[in-house]
Design a protein around this ligand. Structure first.
Ligand code: HEC
Length: 434
């Protein structure tokens, strides 16, 4: 499998895409096993720079502060400074969550770290769920992953520690009706409620919960990712088999297509004498869902809505969290194959007015707004099959019988202050299109 060569500076900064060998057939290029990364700060003031977390971790246990140097707040909280878990918290967490765990850390974040003092955890309040938040981070938010920087025992101690900061009576058991995702992804089918107010409900839906704590919601009638959540998975209480009630989705919304409802959609078209003919929308018929090793797959057959583009394209798709120096979010990987000659696939489906930059085997598009996002479509192992782009769209010519891997990266949590200027474009291109 060809490996991309990244500039060393990028590798250091990004720490993304740590390859994990996968059992099972699909050739997964890289699992985004994100490690804690100091979010790059080119666009923020140096003072606002988050402490490099990995570095802080390596310096633990911290030197025991002299009693008189100890912040009063800590003494108030009655926390012994000889507690090694407290030292871990100070070294790794306090810069964002505050020394007292009140959410008032010194690091400036566009999305505030939570206070642990009131109890109640949006991403799951069982100890398991909190260990998971610490282990994998919360993709799409500044909360980093500590899988590499801390041992399993340290993460478990920290989970107990942050629970202990809250009121005593906080509920730390999963409700009986809650489906909890542990080591393997879980796939459930049912009616999906609107992901945001005003969005449609999908009577035939699929929800995939991953061990990293993300939930990928698909409509199943015309297979498409319609939303992503972070945190807890599904409450089964609401869907007692009558089919009428929607699934009780428990996670926080991380991504919803919003203004561009078909953003993740693939178009199909035909090559004509080496040039791409017109692109048409496609429809996707569900074939199967599967969990192979620790990855959930959804398989479907794409067909053009236009009779002039015959044949179909078989797609296996997989989603997981993603993090690099530009921000965090998720990546949707499509493994695409067709027996037809001369077809191309076009991604993503964004209006021509969306600012974008095309380089090498990828196109990067910027969705401005209250919470800006970056969408990058990339042919992962290009061997000359990327044709060109039409505005913010990547066209990949499909070679008959060959499997193409096309990834769509969606960064929902960009480094604070990100704007679509020349410097940013250069960083994006360097980060994604070496
Ligand atoms: C770079 C800043 C940063 C650091 C460092 C950091 N966190 Fe967080 N953390 C956040 C943010 C921001 C959130 C809230 C995410 C959201 O709700 O959007 C969060 C959320 C969490 C949550 C989930 C809370 C919930 O509502 O379920 C837990 C648990 C947590 N952090 C624990 C820790 C621990 C333990 C450490 C140290 C090992 C740590 N964090 C280090 C920024 C940080």
């Amino acid at each position: 499998m060809p490996k991309r060569v990244l500039p060393p500076a990028f590798l250091i900064l990004s720490a993304c895409s740590i390859s994990t060998p996968q059992a099972g057939p699909p050739p997964v290029a890289s699992a985004a096993a994100a490690t804690p990364v100091a979010r790059s700060t080119a666009v923020t003031a140096p003072a606002a720079r988050p402490e490099p977390v990995a570095q802080a971790a390596s310096s633990t246990p911290v030197a025991k502060p002299a009693p008189e140097a100890r912040p009063a707040a800590v003494a108030d909280a009655g926390l012994a400074d000889s507690d090694p878990t407290r030292a871990l918290f100070v070294a790794n967490c306090a810069q964002c969550h505050g020394l007292r765990g009140d959410g008032e850390g010194v690091t400036q974040l566009d999305r505030k770290a939570r206070s642990f003092l009131a109890g109640g955890f949006s991403y799951g309040n069982t100890k398991d769920a909190i260990v998971r938040s610490i282990t994998h981070g919360i993709p799409g938010t500044p909360m980093p992953a500590f899988e590499k920087a801390l041992t399993a025992a340290q993460r478990a101690d920290l989970a107990a520690y942050v629970i202990g900061l809250g009121p005593e009576q906080i509920q730390v058991d999963a409700e009986e009706s809650e489906i909890v995702v542990r080591d393997l992804p879980v796939v459930v089918r049912g009616k999906l409620p609107p992901i945001v107010e005003g969005a449609p409900e999908w009577p035939r839906g699929i929800a995939i919960g991953t061990p990293e704590g993300l939930t990928f919601e698909y409509r199943a009638d015309d297979v498409q990712l319609v939303g992503v959540r972070a945190g807890r998975f599904v409450n089964r209480a609401d869907w007692g088999g009558r089919g009428g009630d929607p699934l009780g989705m428990l996670g926080q919304v991380l991504w919803s297509p919003g203004a561009v409802p078909r953003a993740m959609h693939a178009a199909l078209g035909h090559m004509r004498e080496g040039l791409p003919g017109p692109a048409f929308p496609s429809t996707a018929r569900l074939v199967a869902t599967a969990v192979v090793g620790n990855t959930a797959w959804i398989e479907y057959a794409l067909k053009s809505t236009d009779a002039s583009v015959p044949g179909s394209v078989a797609v296996r798709e997989q989603c997981q969290s993603f993090r690099n120096a530009l921000g965090s979010g998720f990546v949707q990987r499509r493994f695409v194959r067709t027996e037809e000659t001369g077809l191309y696939i076009g991604l993503p489906d964004l209006p021509a007015s969306v600012p974008s930059v095309f380089s090498g085997s990828c196109v990067c598009a910027f969705l401005a707004g209250e919470r800006p996002a970056l969408i990058v479509a990339r042919e992962e192992h290009t061997q000359g099959s990327v044709v060109r782009t039409e505005g913010p769209r990547l066209l990949v010519e499909l070679q008959r019988g060959r499997e193409h891997e096309i990834a769509l990266y969606v960064l929902t949590d960009l480094v604070p202050g990100t704007e679509w200027n020349a410097a940013m474009q250069e960083r994006v291109v360097r980060g994604f299109c070496p």
